[in-house]
Write a protein that binds this ligand. Structure first.
Ligand code: KIV
Length: 265
């Protein structure tokens, strides 16, 4: 995959599949399975660091996880998430931190917001770093939204309204983003944004009309204890893993493990 291919895929109506990964083992699994993009998301906070939201993730955390994923040299494009605080306060911070993620191995950087971060997107893109936008439910706006809530259900011009999300999508596109994630908005609104912008839209909880889809790997594999309406578990690895470890514990306790075949004579 290359960045110019993203737009070709929109034009040819060939949907893009993106999945998160945070380490080399899972990056190699999702790459072998044929994903188009691997997102090293700041969701690392909730699925790997045990945090309630994504606000505590640092640049060092993101660089570390991007480096782990990049180590397997995937065919898929590596998208590195810019964590909360790494781009909001100034355009210079945004460019400097985008450069850090690219040096760690990201091929695209992703940041959350629309109109308010257009300047940052423009400056990063002008540095020749491809940028992915992220609108709708933006988890870094956790406190403003009052939690992770579906957006775009109401009319108006405040953040999260239907009209404002359309403006956000245009702002991100015009600032030079190569794609945009649309999270947790009504399917009809995501379809309308997808039709109106020239860049690929990648949906999560945004219906089937987006140009691509993204899921958090732990949700897709059934590894996390949480369930969401918009996330489908294609496997139940949490049960498989727990059963396997339970069996190991029982065999250790009953001295069935290690058996002869796994012992040295
Ligand atoms: O961090 C993440 O995993 C994300 C996806 C939910 C799009 O931003």
């Amino acid at each position: 995959m290359t960045v110019p291919m993203l737009r070709e895929r929109k034009e040819s109506h060939s949907p893009l599949a993106m999945v998160t990964a945070y380490d080399s083992t899972f990056a190699s699994i999702v790459d072998e399975a044929g994903v188009d993009l691997i997102l090293v998301g700041d969701s690392v906070a909730t699925v790997m660091q045990g945090q309630r939201n994504t606000l505590g993730v640092s640049m060092q955390d993101m660089e570390y996880h991007v480096r782990l994923v990049a180590s397997v040299k995937p065919n898929a494009l590596i998208v590195g998430d810019m964590p909360f605080g790494s781009y909001q306060s100034s355009v210079k911070d945004a460019v400097d931190n985008a450069v850090r993620l690219v040096k760690a191995g990201a091929e695209i950087v992703k940041l959350e917001g629309g109109i308010h971060v257009a300047e940052q997107i423009r400056a990063i893109a002008a540095t020749d770093i491809p940028v992915m936008g992220h609108i709708g439910l933006t988890p870094q706006s956790y406190h403003r939204m009052g939690g992770n809530k579906v957006q775009g259900r109401n009319s108006g011009d405040v953040a999260g309204s239907r009209e404002r999300l359309l403006e956000d999508a245009h702002a991100v596109e015009q600032a030079g983003a190569c794609a945009v994630v649309i999270e947790a908005v009504p399917a009809s609104l995501a379809a309308s944004i997808t039709e109106k912008v020239s860049i690929p839209t990648i949906g999560i909880g945004a219906g089937v009309s987006c140009d691509g889809q993204v899921l958090v790997m732990h949700d897709l594999l059934g590894l996390s204890p949480r369930t969401f309406t918009f996330a489908k578990a294609y496997a139940d690895l949490r049960t498989t893993a727990t059963d396997a470890v339970r069996q190991y514990v029982a065999e250790v306790h009953s001295q069935q493990w290690p058996d002869e075949a796994h012992s040295f004579q």
